[in-house]
Unconditional design. Structure first.
Length: 453
């Protein structure tokens, strides 16, 4: 088994105190059919030990440094950790590159417009030999050339001031939070370049761990119920389905994942029994579980309000500047004569315009998409909540099923003090230590056979 692909298993072993059964791992949300096989492979690779109880149940004991043992033995795991760090750096560069490109694009557009406006003014005055004098005259006179030069060069003046004011306010908030001992929220810890990416593409799926949370919750519900449940206990953690569909049909994936089986009561009611989740390495306690699986609403952006307004301002300035630049570049001969940055801007003009359109168009489309997704999320949450309420207000039929499920409820603990065999010690040593116990067991079996005869 490639242990680099089993981080969830290793995390479960650590959380459970390095001594686990397959049922313990499955109760943490892992597939019980794979848990036994994967635990055996992990124990073999990480120097773990197999412990067998008198009743034949198996527990696995792992050293607390088993990750270091695996890392020293498996070069793939070492490279995976290094590549993970490298990818984090690469992705951060990708995130801030959109903000850098926006600023660079806006700066290029404004400089090109400024040069083109000055060149047009110079050619209009008919004195191309004294263009430097005209630069000063047009800028100082406050006429058409000077006014447009200032406007084109700083179209985002007020947006910039809003951004800096917001940044200062956020810094003051962070200082107050540090003094009061409260943590920082995500919008305040996001820098401006990161906020550009967040404005464009959002911050990822807030429910990326939904399946993991789903199976962890279901596993804990089964373990809290000592391995026997009814469908109504599990429905608040599943997805919505047709009201005309039998709730018991939704239990098939749960039975498959946790290797359960249905049991039918004398009244014809179905409960679900999970024997493998009834075996634990330690005495289990009831774990807190949310009443139902709640999905998090999608958020347009985790950037602060001031950062979003600044991004819109810069994006709008970039788009307007691109359109103005396009009008000035309509005379292709002028751009060819000037060359330099103007020529470069002319060569990538459609890229500049496309970025300006996409910078505002993509978030607009995404805004309506987020609203649609949130309506679906809200509907699923309401459905799950209604199932949880129905369980709390159980009718007589549901209560009968719960009572029947309790007949199958049990937890068997593989106690370290009552082991028949462990790979931690030599077999002969274990047999010598348990000689009296073995003799007593044989004597009991002999007496039982004589009584039968």
């Amino acid at each position: 088994m490639n242990m680099t692909a089993k981080p969830a298993l290793m995390q479960a072993v650590e959380k459970l105190g390095y001594r686990v059964t397959a049922g313990d791992v499955a109760a943490a949300g892992l597939d019980v059919k794979l848990a036994e096989r994967d635990l055996q492979a992990l124990a073999a690779e990480a120097g773990g030990h197999l412990q067998v109880s008198e009743s034949g149940e198996i527990a696995y004991q792992f050293p607390e440094n088993f990750r270091s043992i695996l890392r020293n033995k498996d070069w793939k795991l070492r490279w995976q950790e290094r590549l993970g760090k490298l990818w984090g750096l690469i992705f951060y560069v990708i995130r801030i590159s959109f903000g850098i490109y926006l600023i660079a694009s806006l700066a290029l557009i404004l400089i090109a417009i400024t040069i083109l406006v000055i060149a047009l003014n110079s050619s209009r005055d008919g004195d191309s030999g004294d263009s430097m004098g005209d630069w000063g005259g047009s800028m100082g006179s406050g006429g058409w050339g000077g006014g447009n030069w200032f406007f084109f060069f700083t179209p985002n003046y007020y947006s910039q001031n809003r951004y800096y004011g917001q940044s200062q306010g956020q810094s003051q908030n962070r200082s107050r939070q540090r003094r009061s001992g409260r943590g920082q929220s995500e919008p305040e810890s996001m820098n401006f370049l990161e906020s550009i990416f967040s404005f464009l593409f959002g911050d990822g799926n807030p429910n990326a761990d939904l399946e993991e949370r789903r199976w962890q919750s279901i596993g804990r519900i089964i373990r809290n119920s000592q391995g026997a449940v009814i469908a109504e206990q599990i429905l608040p953690y599943l997805d919505s389905f047709s009201p005309h569909q039998d709730p018991d049909d939704q239990m098939l994936p749960v039975l498959s994942r946790f290797n359960g089986r249905p049991e039918v009561s004398p009244e014809g009611q179905i409960i679900y029994h999970f024997p493998e989740l009834q075996v634990s390495a330690v005495q289990t306690q009831t774990q807190a579980v949310a009443a139902y699986l709640k999905e998090t609403a999608w958020k347009f952006s985790h950037a602060g309000t001031g950062q979003i307004l600044t991004a819109i301002g810069l994006g709008g300035a970039n788009l307007v500047g691109a359109l103005v630049l396009g009008g000035l570049l309509s005379d292709g001969s002028l751009a060819a004569q000037i060359g330099g940055l103007v020529g470069f801007a002319a060569s990538i003009y459609w890229l500049l315009l496309g970025y300006g359109l996409g910078f505002l168009g993509i978030p607009l489309i995404r805004y309506f998409w987020v609203q649609s997704r949130n309506r679906q999320v809200e509907a699923r949450n309401e459905q799950r909540q209604s199932w949880a309420v129905a369980l709390n207000q159980a009718d007589q039929t549901t209560q009968q099923k719960l009572d029947y499920a309790r007949e199958f409820a049990a937890i068997q603990v593989v106690d370290a003090s009552d082991l028949a065999y462990s790979t931690e010690q030599d077999l002969s040593e274990q047999e010598l230590r348990r000689a009296d116990q073995i003799d007593a067991e044989w004597q009991r079996r002999l007496d039982s056979r004589l009584q039968d005869e």
